[in-house]
Design a protein around this ligand. Structure first.
Ligand code: ZN
Length: 222
């Protein structure tokens, strides 16, 4: 008797600039976050989800947003704390590690931000059953709470993470240590990533922009 076994199908989808440009700008992302009352679920529903699947040291929760537009042949790559557009298919592409993902209704993940990791590229194993189970549960949770397209996943930054403040200058996104971030008047600021592992649960990523470029709208996030 022939035994039919379906080949494993990866939940991972390759990066596409179209996916990136569909991500809202920061002010729109914040408005969606507030409208859907997402803040009330961060340290309750999502914390429980991440920790119960033992994924709190693999992923963080991220507010899906873009700081500026990318061309069709670009991708956003961080190196030493600064993210700028890199041309796709460049000579360094093999050393790019995925950093943030959109999670679709069907539980598929699509990366949209990368880091240049010249010495060791560590990618998430999207065929690991624990990872797949977590991502499916995360997708279900987003759907149930009406937060699809509002929240996504980001890579765990390590136990030594002390928070960061991202500041956009032109088409560069600069990650500052919180101690080095100035409280500039008129700057628009929002919590943009949260982590649930005990060593760093008190630290967040905060994103700031000024009125330049796409960030012409303001919303208050309290
Ligand atoms: Zn940001």
């Amino acid at each position: 008797m022939a035994l039919c076994i379906s080949p494993p199908t990866s939940i991972h989808t390759a990066y596409s600039p179209t996916t990136y440009s569909a991500i809202p700008i920061l002010s729109t992302a914040c408005a969606n976050f507030k409208t859907n009352n997402a803040a009330s679920h961060i340290y309750s529903t999502f914390r429980t989800l991440f920790t119960s699947h033992s994924m709190d040291r693999t992923f963080g929760l991220i507010l899906l947003h873009r700081h500026f537009d990318l061309a069709d042949d670009e991708m956003l790559v961080e190196y030493n704390g600064t993210s700028v557009p890199w041309k796709k298919a460049g000579i360094f592409e093999a050393k790019l590690q995925e950093q943030a993902w959109i999670v679709g209704k069907d539980g598929n993940v699509t990366p949209y931000e990368f880091v240049y990791a010249p010495r060791e590229v560590v990618q998430v194993d999207w065929e690991d059953r624990k990872v797949v189970g977590f991502v499916k549960a995360f997708a279900d949770c987003l759907e149930r709470l009406g937060l699809e397209g509002v929240l996504g996943l980001c890579a765990y930054p390590g136990d030594d993470f002390q928070g960061r403040v991202e500041v956009t200058k032109g088409r560069a996104n600069i990650s500052l240590h919180p101690k080095d971030a100035m409280n500039e008047a008129g700057t628009y600021s929002a919590d943009a990533a949260w982590f649930f592992a005990p060593p760093i649960i008190m630290f967040k990523c905060i994103c700031k922009t000024d009125d330049a470029g796409n960030h012409t709208q303001h919303c208050d996030v309290t």
